[in-house]
Design a protein. Structure first.
Length: 216
C-alpha cells in the first residue's frame, strides 16, 4: 500500500506536513496498521515513529493510541487517544479508552465514560461497543445487575454490523450468567452460537458449562 492509497481524510491531515515528511509519516502509519494484529510491538514502534514526525496531526496520535492499546500499554494508549480527541474533536474512541481504564485497574472510570457527554454523540455501533466495555467494568466491580442493565438496550438495537451484534449477544449472555439468571443466559448463549457461523466465540462451551451446572 502506498501513501496515495490512504484514506482521503488521512491524506488531508498529512498535508499540514512537508511532502517528504508526510510520505514518511504515511509509511509508518501504513506499517502500524498492517502489523497491528500480527506483531503489536513492531506496530507500536512504527506508530511512535509516526508521532515523532507528525505529532500535531490527529491521526498519528489516534494510531499510536490504538497500537499502544493492542500492545497492552494502557497508560500510553489513554494519553494518546485523549490527545487525538482534543485535536480532532468529536467523542473519540470511547470504548477503547474505557477498556484502557479497565486495564489500568480503574473500572469505575470506565463506567463514568459510559455516562459522559461524549457517549451521547456515538453512533449505534460505537454505543454498543462502549456498552460491552462498561458491562465488563461493572463485572469487575461485582455489579452484576448493572452489567445486564447496560447491555439490555443494545440487544434491541437495529442495523448493527453482524460482528457487533454477535459481541453484544454474547456479552449479554455472559452478564446474565454472572447475575445468576441461568435460564436466560442459556437462551442468549444459544442465540450467540447460532449467529457465530465462523466459531469465533466460545458460546457452545459456555452453554455446556451452564447445562452441567444445572445437572449437578
Amino acid at each position: 500500500m502506498s501513501p496515495k492509497e490512504l484514506d482521503p481524510a488521512i491524506r488531508q491531515e498529512l498535508r499540514s506536513l512537508s511532502k517528504d515528511n508526510a510520505d514518511k509519516v504515511a509509511g509508518h502509519l501504513i506499517m502500524a496498521a498492517a502489523l497491528m494484529d500480527s506483531d503489536s510491538d513492531r506496530a507500536l514502534a512504527h506508530a511512535r515513529a509516526a508521532k515523532e514526525r507528525g505529532g500535531r496531526v490527529p491521526i498519528t496520535r489516534e494510531t499510536l493510541g490504538i497500537a499502544a492499546y493492542h500492545a497492552g500499554e494502557w497508560k500510553e494508549a489513554l494519553t494518546e487517544l485523549r490527545a487525538a480527541r482534543r485535536m480532532a474533536g468529536g467523542p473519540g474512541l470511547l470504548a477503547v479508552m474505557a477498556d484502557c481504564e479497565r486495564g489500568l485497574g480503574h473500572p469505575d472510570k470506565a463506567v463514568e465514560l459510559g455516562f459522559s457527554e461524549e457517549a451521547a454523540e456515538l453512533d449505534p455501533e460505537q454505543r454498543a461497543e462502549l456498552a460491552i466495555v462498561v458491562a465488563g467494568a461493572h463485572h469487575d466491580l461485582g455489579h452484576a445487575t448493572d452489567a445486564v442493565d447496560v447491555l439490555e438496550p443494545e440487544t434491541r438495537a437495529r442495523d448493527l454490523p453482524e460482528v457487533t451484534a454477535l459481541r453484544v449477544t454474547y456479552a449479554y449472555a455472559d452478564a446474565l450468567a454472572f447475575a445468576g439468571e441461568t435460564g436466560d443466559a442459556r437462551e442468549w448463549f444459544r442465540k450467540a452460537e447460532k449467529m457465530d457461523t465462523h466459531g469465533v466465540l466460545d458460546s457452545a462451551d459456555r452453554l455446556q458449562e451452564l447445562e452441567r451446572d444445572l445437572d449437578e
